[in-house]
Each structure stands twice: as C-alpha cells, then as structure tokens.
Design a binder for this molecule. Sequence first.
Ligand code: AVJ
Length: 335
Amino acid sequence: MELTRTVAPMIDLSRQEDGTNSTETFAKVVAEGLSQEPKSLPSRYFYDAAGSKLFQDIMALPEYYLTRCEFKVLTENRQEMAKQFAENSFFHLIDLGAGDAMKTKILLRELNEQKSAFDYVPVDISGDAMRQLNDSLQQEMPSVDVQAVVGEYFPALEWLQENKSERKVVLFLGSNIGNFKADESKHFLQRICSNLSPGDKLLMGIDLRKDPDTILSAYNDASGVTAEFNLNLLRRINSELGGNFDIDQFRHYPIYNPHEGVMRSFLVSKKDQDVYIRDTGQTFHFDAWEAIHTENSHKYSLQQVSELGKACGFSVETVFQDDACGFADVLFTVG
Ligand code: AVJ
C-alpha cells in the first residue's frame, strides 16, 4: 500500500489582488507610464511566464552574485536561524514571493531536522508555482505541513492575521525590497508590521553596497540575459496589449549611482519612432535615444537597514551576512 499525505487545499486569494494580473490594469499602467515625462514602466510587470524563466536564468549567471550569496548566508547560518525562529513554540513560516522556494528549502530542511513545530505558508501570485512547490515538498519533505496561498502579499498577510493566531515568522528573501523606492519600502515594511503581532519576526534578504563594478556587472551580464529580461517587458506589451514595439529598436541600459546606492535599468529607443498599443488606443512617440525607466534595485548599508526597520516598528535581532559577498539576511522582531 502506498502512503500519501493529504495536501491541504490551497487558499486562493488571487481574485482579491490589486489587479496586477488584469489586462485592463496593465493597459492603464502602461499608458500612464509612457505618457509621463520621463517615461517609465513598473518592474513588477517583468514576471510573465517568459520573464520568470529569464529571471531563473539570471539567478544562474556568473555575474549575478545575489542568489549565490544569499544561498551561502542561509546555508552557513541555517542552524542559528532555525533556532531563533523556533523559540520552542509553534509558528507559521510565511514566505512572501516563495516561487520555487529554492533558498527556503535550506531552512525547511533544517527546521525539519531540529523537529521544530511549524507549518510552511508559501505565498505567491503564481498558482502554477504554488502547485509545483506543493508537489516538490511532498516528495522531498513529506513531514512538513504546507499551506500554500495564491495571492498578493497583503491580502495574504491580512487573511493570515485574521485566521491564524499563532506566532509568525515572515520571509522576504532575495533583496526584493530593493525594487522599492525609499518611501515605498518604508510603507511596505510598515504594512507588514501592521499585520503582525509583537514578538513576530521578519527575515529580510538585502543586497549591500559594494564595488560599483560588481553591482553594474550583475545587471549588465556579458551573455545578455538581463537585456532580454528587460526587453521582455516590451514583448509582453506586444503580446498582451496588442503593441507594435520593434524590439530590435530598443536597447538595455543599466547604470549604478554609488551616491544613492541605486542600480537603475532603462530601455533606450535607438531611433525616432512611434509605437501603437491597441489596448490603450494610443500611439506613443519616442525621440531618438529617449529612455524608459524600468527598474530600481536599491543597495543598502547595514546602518540604513536597521534605521529603516526601526522606523517601521521592527528592531534588529540578528544580522546574518557574508562579508566577502556583501549580502545580508537581517532578522527583525516586531516591537
Ligand atoms: C528580483 C528584484 C531581486 O533587483 O536584483 C535581476 C530583479 N532585475 N536582474 C534584482 C533583477 C535585473 C532582482 N530582484
């Protein structure tokens, strides 16, 4: 006889989302961004199926040190992290933007070995990713309780705060906080904090300031994968909104500002051209060498990280970092 674990049905909050995945919202956001002076498009739209695949490829690039560094930080500190999460009482491990949970599995394996009392709550907007993760965890770690949530971060956190009274440990890995502007990251962390209780924890991955050449190379790889990732945003507009961007007439241009600690990516128009986007009903003009700003990736100092946390209701419990790599996973406590 075969023993199979009953997998809890996934909690689907995807209809309560902010509309990121609806075509109308996408069209509206694109029309707004391309009408602005200077032009911009939000980086959260990078991740359609092709974009998610390209991001997987980015994480394997020799230049993209972030993923390997965080992997190292988590691997080297997994015992201490697991101990600090567990505190000898049950907790929900909530993984914001879990994806394939490659890095989280380091911690799950350790928690499992330490026989910690917890359940794992991966949160992701991709239902496919959550189904695959459910399956792979059932194979690899059948004794871990998994309660996947399909949805946006805040509906998920609000749902959890209303429905689960136990202690919570939130993971926000991968330096995803870097995509937010300073005021946005503050707002984001405050909102996380307001959906937690005193004593709850947050482990956040942060790419630290380092040699500008190292940073720039990570977003300007020799094989051109990051360029494809950036240009894919125009491909997505073409396929989902009926745009007629000539992809070859735009180029990827990243630049790092060491004063602000901000890596910025642009798509630059190689010529004077018009682009019609059916679902916006508009034509957008590009002067020769006019740019669309598509992404910010902030790099922080540890001082800034701790001040940011404090301003949002968190205090730093432990900084786990790899000095050579310049990447930190900071464990915060609410209160
Ligand atoms: C997923 C936001 C952490 O900013 O480093 C990678 C996305 N953009 N290469 C980052 C990204 C270009 C990435 N984050």
